[in-house]
Design a protein around this ligand. Structure first.
Ligand code: UDP
Length: 232
């Protein structure tokens, strides 16, 4: 297979089928735009298993995704899409960059979820981007923005409901969308504790990448706990 792209946590390969890619999940963990980096045995496998369960759940609920099937412990077969250079972030509870930007505590429960975009650009440090700027730079059209926002808030409701059943609060998450050769916008990339903040409902214990970002203990133990609850 020909490698097309290697990112911080995943590699993308071309396959013999024209409209399909293979995504390989790596064991590399990074934080702070790659400033902090480590190899963590088993992380790729855990994220792939978790993403698979979530994409299958979302697809059943009618969300259009790039997911086709998971092939083995490391590889997911997906529809070929061109990833939009936008990080789409939803917040239900204050944390991370939100708490820092506004000088507020983590843990404020919002009455309504917030929706935001960042421009996916490592050199610029993924700056926050408003709707008009994304449209002005022709990254998306107004219709695509409206579709992405609506779809994302639907995804938030589905994820929140899914996680609360296993005693996890969905604090915030980042998703990415891609465009297929017909111009359809599909949910792409991954949804895992690398890209979501998940707090235990009773103790508020962090079961996501903040364990790594903030040196709170074993990352894989946290991710294993999330997977265990999902598999029940
Ligand atoms: N996030 C991500 N990739 C990024 C930036 C953020 O997956 O490049 C996720 C992050 O894990 C969290 C949510 O998006 O669940 C909001 O992150 P935030 O803006 O608070 O940034 P951070 O604190 O991670 O710098």
């Amino acid at each position: 297979m020909k490698k097309l792209y290697e990112g911080k946590a995943k590699e993308v390969f071309e396959t013999e089928v024209e409209n399909e890619y293979i995504i390989r999940y790596k064991d590399t963990a990074t934080a702070g735009n790659g400033e902090k980096k480590a190899e963590i045995d088993g992380k790729g496998e855990l994220n792939l298993k978790i993403t698979t369960i979530i994409f299958e759940m979302l697809q059943k609920a009618g969300i259009k995704t790039h997911y086709i099937e998971t092939l083995n412990a490391h590889d997911m077969k997906v529809k070929k899409v061109e990833i939009l250079p936008l990080e789409v972030i939803v917040r239900n509870i204050s944390a991370g960059s939100f708490a820092k930007r506004y000088g507020v505590e983590e843990g404020i429960v919002f009455e309504n979820p917030t929706f935001e975009l960042s421009y996916k650009n490592d050199e610029l440090g993924d700056p926050l981007m408003c709707e008009d700027h994304a449209i002005a730079l022709k990254l998306i059209t107004k219709d695509e923005y409206d579709y992405i926002r609506k779809e994302t808030l639907k995804i938030n409701e589905l994820l929140k409901e899914f996680f609360i059943k296993i005693n996890l609060k969905l604090v915030d998450f980042k998703i990415e969308f891609g465009k297929d050769s017909n111009g359809n916008i599909l949910l792409a990339d991954e949804i895992s504790p690398d890209t979501c903040r998940l707090w235990d409902k009773d103790t508020n214990a962090k079961l996501d990448k903040d364990i790594f970002r903030r040196d709170l203990g074993s990352l894989t133990e946290g991710y294993e706990e999330v997977l265990k609850r999902m598999q029940k």
